[in-house]
Design a protein around this ligand. Structure first.
Ligand code: GRG
Length: 308
């Protein structure tokens, strides 16, 4: 990984962390009655101190590629919204009723650090906060852009996206009784929904915030789809090759849960070859921006080659 990319990602992560922290302070916002301390603490546990911040980084880089006058601070509401929705999904995914994980980002999961009811509510409140941030005029001056962002995130996060993908994943594990064993197409669809949809939403939202043309929105939608697929393939590879301390969460869970991954189905070498092809396709999509898109090209490589 290039030092320049790692520095750009970690600089962004620090700014995002600060942006998230100010949005999770005890003082209620207009229209709120009070912010219960235990719930707020659990939300802060879920959101602060950790995480690669990859999705909001992609949003910010794409917006700033298309409109270099934009600052990270100006993009903060939308970037924070995407991260809040991502963190909610992690909190709920870790619950005993879902993956039953005790370690996330190198720390106890929210239901372990607090309790199950608080973790459910912290996830719910992060999901709601995501849409609060997008609907607020601080997100973008144009209400039509804000409405488009809300729709992007809602469609990616819900029934036909991430939540639906999680449901298909649980079904594929045999949670709801015996079903047909998922084939490769089924696995690709559920992964595109569970993991890919939110990454695609982040890249599309970045394009919209950068004032993209319809053609550019489509180009960055495809860029996000490719990165989503690469991200999940890399995740499946890491599940069989990385250690718990590298990942800050449990590994080797896929086989234990009888999960049909593409690594199990196609083999490690075929998945590595597919990752190379995906990085090349993602890089090609950035051709119109030449050297200015180097960081985004490095992000595509990071996603495919990550060790965390
Ligand atoms: C429970 C509604 C609901 C959805 C769950 C997030 C998710 C959907 C499942 C998590 C299971 C999993 C390991 C998916 C693979 C992709 C993924 C979301 C990994 C975690 O994201 P990272 O690596 O995490 O970006 P950090 O900590 O860096 O933010």
């Amino acid at each position: 990984m290039t030092v320049a990319f790692e520095t750009a990602l970690s600089d962004f992560a620090s700014k995002l962390e600060a942006g998230l922290a100010v949005r999770l302070e005890p003082a209620p916002w207009p229209g709120e009655l009070a912010r219960p301390a235990r719930l707020l603490a659990a939300m802060r546990h879920a959101v602060l101190a950790g995480g690669k911040r990859l999705r909001p980084f992609l949003l910010s880089e794409i917006a700033r590629l298309l409109n270099p006058d934009l600052t990270v601070e100006a993009l903060m509401p939308a970037a924070a919204a995407v991260e809040c929705l991502h963190c909610y999904s992690l909190v709920h995914d870790d619950l005993p009723a879902m993956d039953d994980d005790t370690l996330r980002r190198g720390r106890p999961t929210v239901h372990v650090a607090y309790d199950e009811a608080t973790a459910i509510l912290a996830g719910d409140a992060l999901l709601t906060l995501a849409f609060d941030l997008l609907a607020d005029s601080a997100c973008h001056a144009n209400p039509a852009v804000r409405a488009a962002l809300v729709l992007d995130l809602a469609r990616a996060g819900g029934l036909g996206g991430m939540v639906g993908g999680q449901m298909l994943d649980l079904a594929a594990e045999g949670r709801f009784g015996e079903g047909a064993t998922p084939d490769e197409a089924d696995i690709r669809k559920l992964q595109a929904m569970k993991t890919g949809a939110l990454i695609r939403a982040a890249t599309v939202m970045g394009a919209r915030l950068g004032g993209a043309t319809e053609d550019e929105v489509r180009r960055f939608a495809r860029f996000g789809e490719i990165l989503g697929l690469a991200f999940q393939l890399a995740d499946d590879l890491l599940d069989v090759t990385a250690t718990q301390s590298e990942m800050g969460k449990a590994v080797a869970k896929d086989a234990a849960h009888g999960k049909g991954t593409l690594v199990a189905r196609l083999g490690i070498d075929a998945v590595r070859a597919e990752l190379e092809r995906l990085v090349a396709e993602a890089t090609d999509l950035l051709t119109p921006w030449g050297a200015r898109s180097e960081t985004l090209a490095a992000a595509a490589r990071f996603v495919a080659e990550r060790r965390r």
